[in-house]
Design a protein around this ligand. Structure first.
Ligand code: ADE
Length: 263
């Protein structure tokens, strides 16, 4: 996949994307990131990229021409079709499903705004979609673009090692639930013990416990993600068992999540 960034600070995004899984995806040749700075395409001694808004008001608006020229250069750098995405709090919310969709593209351009925004005519003429990473306002689209790149790159085939597989991530499994709790060594610690079922070697019981924890956590933390009536009979039983344990509080003495069977 090829990602082109249109940004006044393209090296900032490239820097963030140079580490960890995304950095490795680039090393493995699964992903390439190319920055385009509209200032390099601006005219005049001052290389101006923004101007005051018509109608007055605070802030500055990014001008059409430097962006248009930078985008034209990005388009021309590779013949494959490209999706142009504007990072904006007015955009559609970024979800795991959207990240999956983006990971199937061969190319995308991420346009990062600064100042009050971008001249609407440029957005109308050149942008295919707007994406938001949440209901808050950042001072620019760069961090949002870095989030989109991370969420997308880790889904590219070969980006994650087997042990890091994305299939058990929150939002990925059946029903788009939150992930279950995880434990590792040491077994005994002043902070608590490990749910005994995880040590049982009984894979069916472990899977059942994890599913129950996912259902219960999602119910408690993100109830809007779960439609209880739409759950399978099996899932509903697991959720009810979780909630029955919940009223009893955490398992006595162990600190284990509710619903953890005793040894
Ligand atoms: N630019 C500024 N705020 C943003 C947000 N919440 N999501 C995406 N891009 C943004």
């Amino acid at each position: 996949m090829r990602i082109d960034l249109l940004s006044l600070f393209p090296e900032f995004v490239a820097q963030v994307a140079g580490h960890g899984v995304v950095g490795r995806a680039q090393e493995r040749g699964l992903l390439s990131i190319h920055g385009w700075n509209p200032r390099d395409f601006a005219e005049g001694n001052y290389r101006r990229v923004d101007d005051r808004p018509f109608g007055g008001g605070p802030g500055m608006v990014m001008m059409i021409e430097p962006l248009r020229a930078a985008l034209a250069a990005a388009r021309a750098a590779d013949p494959r079709p490209v999706r142009v995405i504007y990072m904006s709090p007015q955009g559609a919310p970024l979800t795991q499903a959207k990240a999956r969709e983006l990971a199937s593209l061969e190319r995308m351009v991420l346009l990062c705004g600064r100042y009050e925004g971008v001249d609407e005519r440029f957005l109308q003429a050149e942008v295919d979609e707007e994406l938001s990473i949440g209901d808050y306002v950042l001072s620019g689209g760069e961090l949002a673009a870095a989030v989109v790149i991370d969420a997308t790159a880790r889904l590219l085939p070969g980006a994650l090692n087997d042990a890091e597989s994305a299939v058990q991530d929150s939002f990925e499994g059946e029903g788009g639930l939150l992930d279950c709790p995880h434990y590792t060594r040491p077994l005994e610690h002043p902070f608590g013990t490990v749910p005994p079922v995880l040590l049982s070697g009984n894979h069916a019981e472990i899977a059942k416990w994890r599913r129950m924890q996912s259902l219960g956590r999602t119910w408690l933390r993100r109830p809007e993600l779960i439609d209880r009536d739409g759950l399978s009979k099996h899932d509903r039983k697991l959720l009810d068992a979780f909630l029955a344990g919940q009223t009893a509080g955490p398992d006595e003495g162990t600190g284990n999540p509710p619903g953890t069977p005793n040894p």
